[in-house]
Design a binder for this molecule. Structure first.
Ligand code: AR6
Length: 178
């Protein structure tokens, strides 16, 4: 018997606007810093919504390098897991930022595959406090996930969660260029 053909990478990717802490998915990704001990932006929102147990779990992880990812339970969130990744600080684009940002997406997806996570949501990693231009970051995010899904058969859906209208518009435009 031939296996059912899987939906294409683009059919498994979606762009939505909203608050990532409210989503019903297997895993949400946190745009953390290398301490993994919380911060502002989406990191602060995730820690507030998940409760103090998340911070306690993060303390056991010994931090995380830029471009890498680590996983914890999601405690009070609807999601089952939080995948914490550390995006690059934007320094003009010639300090390895695109490669490091792509690595955040790949490493997060690799953890998702390892933990049989079928649905995952990403915020716009590095696009807030870390200053990565949203149009450039959206292209890296979408192209990296598309490439990963071409060979991965286990992840059924990847959502890109945009907090603002301008972020949403940038993602939709980048999606059209895939
Ligand atoms: N849901 C979805 N997206 C959100 C939410 C939310 N609830 N809140 C903010 N965003 P940032 P970074 C968007 O600054 O640039 C933290 O202090 C936001 O609009 O959260 O990777 C960490 O501890 C932006 O588009 O993350 C680090 O120190 C995107 O999430 C540092 O900030 C990322 O913005 C990481 O900076």
């Amino acid at each position: 018997m031939t296996p059912e053909p899987l939906a294409t990478p683009q059919e498994r990717m979606g762009i939505i606007q909203g608050d990532i802490t409210k989503l019903t998915v297997d895993a949400i990704v946190n745009a953390a810093n290398s301490s993994l001990l919380g911060g502002g932006g989406v990191d602060g929102a995730i820690h507030r919504a998940a409760g103090g147990e998340l911070l306690a779990a993060c303390r056991q992880l010994n931090g995380c390098k830029t471009g890498k990812a680590k996983i914890t339970p999601a405690y009070r969130l609807t999601a089952k897991y939080v995948i914490h990744t550390v995006g690059p600080v934007w320094r003009g684009g010639n300090s390895g930022e695109p490669e490091l940002l792509a690595s955040c997406y790949r490493e997060s997806l690799a953890l998702a595959t390892l933990h049989q996570i079928q649905t995952i949501a990403f915020p716009a990693i590095s696009c807030g406090a870390y200053g990565y231009p949203i149009d450039l970051a959206a292209r890296v995010a979408l192209e990296t996930v598309q490439t990963y899904l071409e060979t991965d058969r286990s992840i059924a859906g990847v959502s890109f969660v945009c907090f603002s209208d301008t972020d949403y518009d940038a993602y939709v435009e980048a999606f059209g260029m895939l």
